[in-house]
Design a protein around this ligand. Sequence first.
Ligand SMILES: [Zn+2]
Length: 386
Amino acid sequence: MSAHSCRYCDAGGVEIVLDLGDQPACDDFPPADDPRADPLFPLRMGMCTACGLAQLLEDDTAAEEPRGIESHALIRQAEQAVARAAAAGLLPACGRFVEFGSPHGGSWAGLLTDRGLTRAEPGRPADLVLDCFGLMHEPDQAAALARRVDRLAEGGTLLVQFHSLAAILRDGEWNALRHGHYAYYSTPALVNMLETVGLVARRAWTFDLYGGTVLLACTREGRQSDGVAALVREERAFGVLDVGQVSRLQLAMERGALELWSWLEQASGSGLRVLGYGAASRSVSLLCAAGAGPGLLPAVVDAAESKRGRRLPGVGVPVVGPELLRTDRPDLVLLFVPDLLAEVRAAYPEVEAGGGRWVRADHIGLGIRVPLARGAEPSVLEMRET
Ligand SMILES: [Zn+2]
């Protein structure tokens, strides 16, 4: 029996499925010239063998997060999600809403007020309770879900959106694991959690955001749609509730770290200038796992002013502004946040105009052959359409 009890059902059988060892607090970007060593903390994912919730085992960090920039992909997905829920009759046409948001931004409040909903008074019932990537930030999952359900008015709808564990597993996206993100939901695990608080998942929609995002619409009455049942079956068959299957993330980490390190080594050995793009938590864990410091990757570009003059913790790679993409004329720009691909290509045409290429870091980790030569075809590996 494991020493950890579940953040949702409190059962004692939480098994370790992914262990990244000691990692810096990934959103704590210290000033570039801060001589102190970055403190390290265990970073491990466990899975409850009782309720199937994948979760952060422990978090001893107290990072202050410099706020990132909302991607176009995130904003567009919110519009699509609201439109789909409305078209299915699962978005109240009027009434009150309450939003349990994410500390990283991405509020839907503007979209909801545009449709005629108004914000509920604090503590008052709401016809729509919205949780868009909020729940994962809660250490006590049972208390957090109860707080959301408590706000639901008679006949109200809970919309809950999450980054799918099935997608994380399918894409070997082990670096989705980070401090501050306490839960990693599969559809079957979350549908079960919702059932225990008296909610029925009526509809499910999937989106390509973050490689795979699911939105569930839940009510107290009504029946589960065939679409929800099918998604639950499909994810179960894929192994999202199976400790052995989810543990494959550990192998993905080992392989991905090695692939990235050798790609950077080859690039540097070939005299190519490589820059990173996106000072995100997943860049930190990826570079830490690969053991790639400024010798292999001289700088990471980020558009957020709040991160300038800082460095990625653990590996010490400085964070710089986008002007370096013009002045440094990189041959290759390693993109750590794939959802940004269309946006950065449009925002920084000088990269490709100068013969450089955008390269998705996750493609390297997946072992997809990424040509090293400057200006080689294809100039980018396209992401799926959203
Ligand atoms: Zn559990």
